[in-house]
Design a protein around this ligand. Structure first.
Ligand code: CDP
Length: 209
């Protein structure tokens, strides 16, 4: 398989989406925001009035809906873009994302989406380098201080971000973890374009090695 993947993982507000999108643009590759997929499932679970703790019902929904992430995020054709970052979704998404069967369904879809891209895909999330694409061309782990991450996400608040990070890191199914072979980049106080250039440079030096 000749699939090219840049895997970008990291905690909430570390800059993954912004950086991943710009790296993809610069390379002419596709971009996949896997957090949006977990958020989309969560929004649909809430809309249908399913109890987020009902693992069987949530997993059954996750494996039966069609999630599209581009150009807009939709579930079975219904645009959910405006629902993804509400407080209720911020609270419930960590529970939905800890459901192992939900993760299996999302990972299968993520691999399918990436396999369909002609050049390569920049994929961002929590478990991309460790579980979804363990053989990714390049693995990046983005970090930033909690203060800066909270400032970037002023609509969410420090406590909520800390709570999600804790839940994501401590869960049994595919916890947020830095891959052993990932390049670690601390984005605190750094210019976005500078971080993007560094990642593109890493890819180039790897290609020429
Ligand atoms: O953008 P932010 O970093 O705040 O979060 P996100 O990427 O939209 O992800 C939302 C939530 O989805 C995370 O807090 C995780 O619980 C979950 N998630 C996950 O478990 N695995 C992924 N690959 C991506 C997101």
């Amino acid at each position: 398989m000749n699939q090219r993947i840049i895997a970008i993982d990291g905690p909430a507000g570390s800059g993954k989406s912004t950086v991943a999108r710009l790296v993809a643009n610069q390379l002419g590759w596709s971009f996949l925001d896997t957090g949006a997929m977990y958020r989309a499932v969560t929004a649909e679970v809430l809309r249908r009035g399913i109890d987020v703790h009902d693992d069987v019902a949530v997993a059954s929904l996750a494996s039966s809906v069609v999630i599209v992430t581009t150009p807009r995020v939709s579930v079975d054709g219904r645009d959910v873009g405006d629902e993804l970052r509400t407080e209720t979704v911020n609270v419930a998404v960590s529970i939905v994302a800890a459901n192992a069967a939900v993760r299996r369904a999302m990972v299968a879809r993520q691999r399918e989406i990436a396999a369909a891209q002609p050049l390569g895909t920049v994929v961002e999330g929590r478990d991309i380098a460790t579980v979804v694409f363990p053989h990714a061309t390049l693995k990046v782990f983005l970090t930033a201080s909690l203060e800066e991450r909270a400032t970037r996400r002023d609509e969410e608040g420090t406590e909520s971000i800390e709570r999600r990070d804790r839940a994501d890191s401590l869960r049994r199914a595919s916890p947020l973890r830095q891959a052993d072979d990932a390049v670690v980049l601390d984005t605190t106080g750094r210019d976005v374009q500078e971080v993007v250039n560094e990642i593109v440079q890493c890819l180039k030096s790897q290609d020429s090695a």
